[in-house]
Design a protein around this ligand. Sequence first.
Ligand code: HEM
Length: 393
Amino acid sequence: MASSIRPLFAIRTASSLFGRGISRPLSTKAAASKASKGASLVLGATAAGIVGYGIYKNKNKWMTSNDALEAVESIMKSASVSAAEPPTAQPSVFSPGKDHALYLWIHLKPEANAKEVAKVCTNLQKMVDQVVAPDFRDDDDHEVLAGVGFGPNFYSQLGGKSPKDYNYAHRKGTHGDMPSSGGDVFIHAKSNQVSNLFELCQVFVRAMPKGSVAEYEDIYSFVYKFGRDMSNFIDGTENRADDEGRQAVAVDKSTGGSYVITQKWLHDLDIINSEKRKTLESWVGRDQEDSTELNRKTITSHVARMTSGNQKEAPKPVEIVRQSMPFGSNSGEHGLFFIGYAADPYNFDYMLSRMVGAGGDGHSDDIMRFSKNTKGTYWFFPGVADLAKLGSK
Ligand code: HEM
Protein backbone atom coordinates (compact mmCIF):
# COMPACT_ATOMS: atom_id res chain seq x y z
CA MET A 1 0.00 0.00 0.00
CA ALA A 2 2.71 2.41 1.01
CA SER A 3 4.52 1.94 -2.29
CA SER A 4 1.38 2.79 -4.29
CA ILE A 5 0.87 6.04 -2.39
CA ARG A 6 4.41 7.32 -2.39
CA PRO A 7 5.00 7.57 -6.11
CA LEU A 8 1.67 9.32 -6.67
CA PHE A 9 2.65 11.88 -4.08
CA ALA A 10 6.06 12.22 -5.71
CA ILE A 11 4.39 12.78 -9.06
CA ARG A 12 2.06 15.42 -7.72
CA THR A 13 4.86 17.15 -5.91
CA ALA A 14 6.94 17.17 -9.04
CA SER A 15 4.13 18.54 -11.15
CA SER A 16 3.53 21.42 -8.78
CA LEU A 17 7.24 22.01 -8.30
CA PHE A 18 7.82 22.56 -11.96
CA GLY A 19 4.90 24.90 -12.48
CA ARG A 20 3.89 25.10 -16.09
CA GLY A 21 3.15 28.28 -17.90
CA ILE A 22 4.13 31.71 -16.76
CA SER A 23 5.61 32.32 -13.36
CA ARG A 24 7.27 35.27 -11.71
CA PRO A 25 11.01 34.64 -11.82
CA LEU A 26 13.04 34.70 -8.61
CA SER A 27 15.87 36.19 -10.59
CA THR A 28 15.17 39.50 -12.26
CA LYS A 29 18.40 39.60 -14.27
CA ALA A 30 16.75 39.14 -17.66
CA ALA A 31 13.63 41.11 -16.79
CA ALA A 32 15.47 44.12 -15.42
CA SER A 33 16.08 46.24 -18.49
CA LYS A 34 12.67 45.51 -20.01
CA ALA A 35 10.91 46.36 -16.76
CA SER A 36 12.75 49.63 -16.42
CA LYS A 37 11.82 50.69 -19.92
CA GLY A 38 8.18 49.88 -19.24
CA ALA A 39 8.05 47.41 -22.11
CA SER A 40 5.20 44.95 -21.97
CA LEU A 41 6.74 42.28 -19.89
CA VAL A 42 6.20 38.58 -19.80
CA LEU A 43 7.37 37.90 -16.29
CA GLY A 44 9.71 34.99 -16.57
CA ALA A 45 8.17 32.36 -18.75
CA THR A 46 9.61 29.23 -17.17
CA ALA A 47 10.49 26.12 -19.07
CA ALA A 48 7.55 23.75 -18.96
CA GLY A 49 8.36 21.01 -16.49
CA ILE A 50 6.17 18.07 -17.27
CA VAL A 51 7.41 15.39 -14.91
CA GLY A 52 4.47 13.07 -14.30
CA TYR A 53 2.07 15.70 -15.56
CA GLY A 54 0.03 13.35 -17.73
CA ILE A 55 -0.72 10.98 -14.89
CA TYR A 56 -1.64 13.78 -12.54
CA LYS A 57 -3.88 15.47 -15.08
CA ASN A 58 -5.77 12.31 -15.91
CA LYS A 59 -6.26 11.01 -12.42
CA ASN A 60 -10.01 11.63 -12.41
CA LYS A 61 -10.64 9.96 -15.77
CA TRP A 62 -12.68 6.80 -15.85
CA MET A 63 -10.34 3.88 -16.45
CA THR A 64 -10.74 0.55 -18.26
CA SER A 65 -9.07 -2.40 -16.58
CA ASN A 66 -6.25 -2.17 -19.13
CA ASP A 67 -5.82 1.49 -18.29
CA ALA A 68 -5.72 0.57 -14.62
CA LEU A 69 -3.10 -2.10 -15.23
CA GLU A 70 -0.98 0.37 -17.19
CA ALA A 71 -1.35 2.92 -14.45
CA VAL A 72 -0.20 0.42 -11.81
CA GLU A 73 2.79 -0.55 -13.98
CA SER A 74 3.63 3.08 -14.48
CA ILE A 75 3.42 3.67 -10.73
CA MET A 76 5.67 0.69 -10.07
CA LYS A 77 8.18 2.04 -12.59
CA SER A 78 8.16 5.51 -11.10
CA ALA A 79 8.47 3.96 -7.63
CA SER A 80 11.73 2.31 -8.57
CA VAL A 81 12.94 5.51 -10.24
CA SER A 82 11.98 7.71 -7.30
CA ALA A 83 13.66 5.32 -4.85
CA ALA A 84 16.98 6.06 -6.53
CA GLU A 85 16.43 9.81 -6.67
CA PRO A 86 17.59 12.23 -3.97
CA PRO A 87 14.99 13.23 -1.36
CA THR A 88 12.42 15.72 -2.64
CA ALA A 89 12.15 19.25 -1.25
CA GLN A 90 8.76 20.79 -0.45
CA PRO A 91 7.05 22.69 -3.31
CA SER A 92 7.82 26.21 -2.02
CA VAL A 93 11.58 25.74 -1.74
CA PHE A 94 13.12 26.40 -5.15
CA SER A 95 10.10 26.77 -7.45
CA PRO A 96 9.68 30.08 -9.33
CA GLY A 97 7.84 32.93 -7.67
CA LYS A 98 4.23 33.92 -8.28
CA ASP A 99 2.29 37.18 -8.03
CA HIS A 100 1.48 36.75 -4.33
CA ALA A 101 2.81 34.92 -1.33
CA LEU A 102 1.47 34.02 2.09
CA TYR A 103 3.87 34.17 5.02
CA LEU A 104 2.14 32.57 8.01
CA TRP A 105 4.15 32.82 11.23
CA ILE A 106 2.75 30.83 14.16
CA HIS A 107 3.67 30.79 17.85
CA LEU A 108 2.24 27.86 19.78
CA LYS A 109 1.20 27.75 23.39
CA PRO A 110 3.59 25.75 25.58
CA GLU A 111 0.80 23.25 26.29
CA ALA A 112 0.09 22.61 22.58
CA ASN A 113 0.06 18.93 21.69
CA ALA A 114 3.08 18.63 19.38
CA LYS A 115 1.91 15.38 17.75
CA GLU A 116 -1.49 16.81 16.89
CA VAL A 117 0.10 19.95 15.47
CA ALA A 118 2.48 17.82 13.39
CA LYS A 119 -0.46 15.90 11.92
CA VAL A 120 -2.03 19.16 10.76
CA CYS A 121 1.26 20.29 9.22
CA THR A 122 1.74 17.04 7.31
CA ASN A 123 -1.70 17.63 5.78
CA LEU A 124 -0.66 20.92 4.19
CA GLN A 125 -0.74 19.60 0.61
CA LYS A 126 -4.22 18.14 1.20
CA MET A 127 -5.34 21.58 2.35
CA VAL A 128 -3.87 23.09 -0.81
CA ASP A 129 -5.97 20.57 -2.78
CA GLN A 130 -9.01 21.59 -0.77
CA VAL A 131 -8.50 25.24 -1.70
CA VAL A 132 -7.78 24.72 -5.40
CA ALA A 133 -10.38 22.74 -7.33
CA PRO A 134 -8.94 19.66 -9.13
CA ASP A 135 -9.41 21.14 -12.60
CA PHE A 136 -7.36 24.21 -11.70
CA ARG A 137 -4.48 22.64 -9.79
CA ASP A 138 -2.01 22.75 -12.66
CA ASP A 139 -3.33 26.01 -14.05
CA ASP A 140 -0.60 28.56 -13.46
CA ASP A 141 -3.14 31.17 -12.40
CA HIS A 142 -4.55 29.04 -9.60
CA GLU A 143 -1.70 26.74 -8.64
CA VAL A 144 -0.50 27.01 -5.03
CA LEU A 145 3.07 26.06 -4.14
CA ALA A 146 3.32 25.61 -0.39
CA GLY A 147 5.79 24.45 2.23
CA VAL A 148 5.90 24.20 6.01
CA GLY A 149 8.82 24.75 8.35
CA PHE A 150 9.55 24.49 12.04
CA GLY A 151 11.45 26.53 14.61
CA PRO A 152 14.36 24.63 16.21
CA ASN A 153 12.70 24.02 19.58
CA PHE A 154 9.43 22.77 18.20
CA TYR A 155 11.18 20.60 15.59
CA SER A 156 13.20 18.83 18.25
CA GLN A 157 10.01 18.44 20.32
CA LEU A 158 8.58 16.60 17.31
CA GLY A 159 11.59 14.32 17.22
CA GLY A 160 12.68 15.89 13.92
CA LYS A 161 16.38 16.06 13.10
CA SER A 162 18.03 18.67 10.91
CA PRO A 163 21.58 18.03 9.71
CA LYS A 164 22.72 21.33 11.29
CA ASP A 165 21.68 23.47 14.26
CA TYR A 166 19.81 26.61 13.26
CA ASN A 167 19.49 29.12 16.05
CA TYR A 168 18.81 32.76 15.28
CA ALA A 169 20.62 35.18 17.56
CA HIS A 170 19.45 38.70 18.37
CA ARG A 171 21.88 41.03 16.56
CA LYS A 172 22.72 44.58 17.53
CA GLY A 173 23.75 46.91 14.73
CA THR A 174 24.90 50.47 14.13
CA HIS A 175 21.80 51.22 12.05
CA GLY A 176 19.39 49.17 14.15
CA ASP A 177 18.88 45.77 15.72
CA MET A 178 17.72 42.49 14.30
CA PRO A 179 15.47 41.11 17.03
CA SER A 180 15.08 37.37 17.42
CA SER A 181 11.35 36.72 17.55
CA GLY A 182 11.19 32.91 17.52
CA GLY A 183 8.19 30.96 16.27
CA ASP A 184 7.13 27.32 15.97
CA VAL A 185 5.46 26.77 12.60
CA PHE A 186 5.84 28.73 9.39
CA ILE A 187 3.97 28.38 6.09
CA HIS A 188 5.26 29.85 2.85
CA ALA A 189 2.78 29.57 -0.02
CA LYS A 190 2.79 31.18 -3.47
CA SER A 191 -0.06 31.73 -5.92
CA ASN A 192 -1.19 34.16 -8.57
CA GLN A 193 -4.56 34.31 -6.76
CA VAL A 194 -4.24 36.00 -3.39
CA SER A 195 -7.67 34.62 -2.44
CA ASN A 196 -6.27 31.07 -2.60
CA LEU A 197 -3.63 32.08 -0.07
CA PHE A 198 -6.10 33.83 2.19
CA GLU A 199 -8.29 30.74 2.17
CA LEU A 200 -5.35 28.38 2.73
CA CYS A 201 -4.41 30.35 5.82
CA GLN A 202 -7.96 30.08 7.17
CA VAL A 203 -8.13 26.35 6.51
CA PHE A 204 -4.75 25.77 8.14
CA VAL A 205 -5.37 27.86 11.25
CA ARG A 206 -8.82 26.30 11.75
CA ALA A 207 -7.33 22.83 11.47
CA MET A 208 -4.87 23.49 14.30
CA PRO A 209 -5.76 21.69 17.53
CA LYS A 210 -8.12 23.78 19.64
CA GLY A 211 -6.30 26.15 21.96
CA SER A 212 -2.84 25.36 20.56
CA VAL A 213 -2.06 28.70 18.87
CA ALA A 214 -0.76 31.51 21.09
CA GLU A 215 -0.57 34.03 18.22
CA TYR A 216 -0.08 34.14 14.49
CA GLU A 217 0.61 36.69 11.77
CA ASP A 218 -0.38 36.20 8.13
CA ILE A 219 1.20 38.53 5.61
CA TYR A 220 0.19 38.66 1.93
CA SER A 221 2.70 40.05 -0.52
CA PHE A 222 2.44 41.42 -4.03
CA VAL A 223 4.62 42.08 -7.06
CA TYR A 224 5.44 45.79 -7.09
CA LYS A 225 6.35 47.55 -10.34
CA PHE A 226 7.25 44.33 -12.19
CA GLY A 227 9.57 43.02 -9.45
CA ARG A 228 10.90 46.02 -7.56
CA ASP A 229 11.32 46.53 -3.86
CA MET A 230 9.48 49.58 -2.43
CA SER A 231 12.84 51.36 -2.54
CA ASN A 232 12.36 51.16 -6.33
CA PHE A 233 15.37 48.90 -6.80
CA ILE A 234 14.88 45.70 -8.77
CA ASP A 235 15.03 42.83 -6.28
CA GLY A 236 16.28 39.35 -7.10
CA THR A 237 18.80 40.20 -9.85
CA GLU A 238 21.53 37.95 -8.46
CA ASN A 239 19.28 35.02 -7.61
CA ARG A 240 20.02 31.86 -9.56
CA ALA A 241 17.73 31.84 -12.59
CA ASP A 242 17.56 28.08 -13.21
CA ASP A 243 15.76 25.38 -11.19
CA GLU A 244 18.91 23.26 -10.89
CA GLY A 245 20.97 26.17 -9.60
CA ARG A 246 18.32 27.17 -7.07
CA GLN A 247 17.97 23.58 -5.92
CA ALA A 248 21.73 23.27 -5.44
CA VAL A 249 21.79 26.44 -3.31
CA ALA A 250 18.62 25.78 -1.30
CA VAL A 251 18.37 22.04 -0.67
CA ASP A 252 20.36 19.79 1.64
CA LYS A 253 21.02 16.83 -0.67
CA SER A 254 20.99 14.17 2.04
CA THR A 255 17.48 14.95 3.36
CA GLY A 256 15.71 17.22 0.83
CA GLY A 257 15.38 19.71 3.70
CA SER A 258 16.06 23.43 3.51
CA TYR A 259 16.93 26.11 6.08
CA VAL A 260 14.90 29.28 5.87
CA ILE A 261 15.36 32.82 7.13
CA THR A 262 12.33 35.08 7.52
CA GLN A 263 12.53 38.75 8.46
CA LYS A 264 9.98 41.54 8.45
CA TRP A 265 11.45 44.84 7.22
CA LEU A 266 9.57 48.11 7.48
CA HIS A 267 10.64 50.71 4.94
CA ASP A 268 10.74 54.43 5.65
CA LEU A 269 9.20 55.80 2.45
CA ASP A 270 9.94 59.38 3.51
CA ILE A 271 13.67 58.61 3.40
CA ILE A 272 13.31 56.68 0.14
CA ASN A 273 11.35 59.52 -1.48
CA SER A 274 13.53 62.35 -0.24
CA GLU A 275 17.06 60.96 -0.64
CA LYS A 276 18.91 61.64 -3.88
CA ARG A 277 18.99 58.73 -6.32
CA LYS A 278 22.83 58.70 -6.15
CA THR A 279 22.71 58.31 -2.37
CA LEU A 280 20.24 55.44 -2.52
CA GLU A 281 22.34 53.78 -5.23
CA SER A 282 25.45 54.07 -3.11
CA TRP A 283 23.59 52.38 -0.23
CA VAL A 284 22.49 49.47 -2.41
CA GLY A 285 25.50 49.28 -4.76
CA ARG A 286 23.38 49.04 -7.91
CA ASP A 287 21.78 51.35 -10.46
CA GLN A 288 18.20 52.06 -9.44
CA GLU A 289 16.87 51.98 -12.96
CA ASP A 290 18.26 48.76 -14.38
CA SER A 291 20.07 47.07 -11.45
CA THR A 292 23.53 47.27 -13.04
CA GLU A 293 26.19 46.76 -10.38
CA LEU A 294 28.11 49.99 -9.72
CA ASN A 295 31.75 49.87 -10.78
CA ARG A 296 32.70 51.89 -7.73
CA LYS A 297 30.81 51.27 -4.56
CA THR A 298 31.44 51.56 -0.87
CA ILE A 299 32.26 48.69 1.44
CA THR A 300 29.05 49.55 3.33
CA SER A 301 26.78 49.11 0.28
CA HIS A 302 24.33 46.19 0.50
CA VAL A 303 25.92 44.35 -2.43
CA ALA A 304 29.40 44.65 -0.89
CA ARG A 305 28.08 43.34 2.44
CA MET A 306 26.27 40.37 0.81
CA THR A 307 29.31 39.38 -1.26
CA SER A 308 32.95 39.39 -0.17
CA GLY A 309 33.78 43.02 -0.91
CA ASN A 310 33.25 46.20 -2.88
CA GLN A 311 35.10 45.32 -6.08
CA LYS A 312 32.94 44.68 -9.17
CA GLU A 313 31.56 41.13 -9.14
CA ALA A 314 33.27 40.25 -5.90
CA PRO A 315 33.28 36.51 -5.16
CA LYS A 316 30.28 35.21 -3.27
CA PRO A 317 31.50 33.00 -0.42
CA VAL A 318 27.92 31.84 0.21
CA GLU A 319 24.60 31.99 -1.62
CA ILE A 320 20.92 31.79 -0.75
CA VAL A 321 17.69 31.63 -2.76
CA ARG A 322 15.75 34.81 -2.01
CA GLN A 323 11.96 34.84 -2.40
CA SER A 324 11.27 38.13 -0.64
CA MET A 325 8.36 40.34 -1.70
CA PRO A 326 6.83 43.73 -0.84
CA PHE A 327 3.83 43.77 1.50
CA GLY A 328 1.65 46.14 3.49
CA SER A 329 -0.53 49.23 3.18
CA ASN A 330 0.16 52.92 2.79
CA SER A 331 -1.64 53.80 6.02
CA GLY A 332 0.02 51.05 8.06
CA GLU A 333 3.14 48.88 8.00
CA HIS A 334 4.85 48.35 4.67
CA GLY A 335 8.18 47.09 3.42
CA LEU A 336 9.84 43.85 2.44
CA PHE A 337 9.04 40.42 3.77
CA PHE A 338 12.46 38.85 3.48
CA ILE A 339 12.60 35.09 2.99
CA GLY A 340 15.61 33.11 1.86
CA TYR A 341 16.30 29.39 1.51
CA ALA A 342 19.71 27.71 1.86
CA ALA A 343 21.22 24.26 2.22
CA ASP A 344 23.23 25.53 5.20
CA PRO A 345 22.15 28.06 7.87
CA TYR A 346 25.73 29.36 8.03
CA ASN A 347 24.99 31.22 4.77
CA PHE A 348 22.42 33.39 6.61
CA ASP A 349 24.75 33.95 9.57
CA TYR A 350 27.49 35.15 7.20
CA MET A 351 25.20 37.71 5.56
CA LEU A 352 23.46 38.96 8.71
CA SER A 353 26.75 39.42 10.55
CA ARG A 354 28.08 41.49 7.68
CA MET A 355 24.93 43.64 7.78
CA VAL A 356 25.27 44.57 11.47
CA GLY A 357 29.01 45.20 11.67
CA ALA A 358 29.89 41.77 13.07
CA GLY A 359 31.46 40.39 9.90
CA GLY A 360 35.06 40.95 10.99
CA ASP A 361 35.67 44.28 9.22
CA GLY A 362 33.31 46.28 11.45
CA HIS A 363 31.24 47.70 8.56
CA SER A 364 27.44 47.81 8.58
CA ASP A 365 24.92 47.68 5.74
CA ASP A 366 23.63 51.03 4.45
CA ILE A 367 20.36 49.41 3.39
CA MET A 368 19.41 49.58 7.08
CA ARG A 369 19.38 53.37 6.75
CA PHE A 370 15.96 53.20 5.07
CA SER A 371 14.51 50.01 6.54
CA LYS A 372 14.00 48.75 10.06
CA ASN A 373 13.98 45.09 10.93
CA THR A 374 11.19 44.25 13.38
CA LYS A 375 11.06 40.44 13.39
CA GLY A 376 13.25 37.54 12.37
CA THR A 377 14.08 33.88 12.84
CA TYR A 378 15.29 30.67 11.17
CA TRP A 379 13.23 27.60 10.25
CA PHE A 380 13.85 24.15 8.86
CA PHE A 381 11.61 22.94 6.04
CA PRO A 382 12.05 19.14 6.10
CA GLY A 383 12.09 17.20 2.82
CA VAL A 384 8.78 15.66 1.72
CA ALA A 385 9.60 12.19 3.11
CA ASP A 386 10.78 13.46 6.52
CA LEU A 387 7.71 15.70 6.79
CA ALA A 388 5.40 12.73 6.14
CA LYS A 389 7.18 10.75 8.88
CA LEU A 390 6.54 13.51 11.44
CA GLY A 391 2.80 12.91 11.19
CA SER A 392 3.15 9.21 11.92
CA LYS A 393 5.50 9.52 14.92
C1 HEM B 1 15.45 45.87 3.81
C2 HEM B 1 15.85 44.68 3.48
C3 HEM B 1 16.45 44.37 2.15
C4 HEM B 1 16.27 44.98 0.94
C5 HEM B 1 15.37 46.14 0.61
C6 HEM B 1 17.12 44.29 0.00
C7 HEM B 1 17.24 44.64 -1.34
C8 HEM B 1 18.19 44.13 -2.19
C9 HEM B 1 18.47 44.61 -3.51
C10 HEM B 1 17.75 45.79 -4.18
C11 HEM B 1 19.46 43.88 -4.04
C12 HEM B 1 20.15 44.06 -5.41
C13 HEM B 1 19.56 43.24 -6.51
C14 HEM B 1 19.61 41.77 -6.33
O1 HEM B 1 20.61 41.10 -6.59
O2 HEM B 1 18.58 41.24 -5.88
C15 HEM B 1 19.81 42.88 -3.05
C16 HEM B 1 20.78 41.92 -3.21
C17 HEM B 1 21.04 40.94 -2.29
N1 HEM B 1 20.49 40.80 -1.04
FE1 HEM B 1 19.18 42.06 -0.18
N2 HEM B 1 17.78 43.27 0.63
C18 HEM B 1 17.40 43.29 1.95
C19 HEM B 1 17.82 42.43 2.94
C20 HEM B 1 18.64 41.35 2.72
C21 HEM B 1 18.99 40.36 3.72
C22 HEM B 1 18.49 40.36 5.16
C23 HEM B 1 19.81 39.46 3.11
C24 HEM B 1 20.46 38.22 3.65
C25 HEM B 1 20.14 37.58 4.74
C26 HEM B 1 19.96 39.87 1.73
C27 HEM B 1 20.70 39.20 0.79
C28 HEM B 1 20.98 39.67 -0.47
C29 HEM B 1 21.88 39.01 -1.39
C30 HEM B 1 22.61 37.70 -1.18
C31 HEM B 1 21.92 39.82 -2.54
C32 HEM B 1 22.74 39.57 -3.82
C33 HEM B 1 24.09 40.26 -3.71
C34 HEM B 1 24.93 40.00 -4.97
O3 HEM B 1 25.30 38.85 -5.19
O4 HEM B 1 25.15 40.97 -5.71
N3 HEM B 1 19.25 41.02 1.54
N4 HEM B 1 19.02 43.05 -1.94
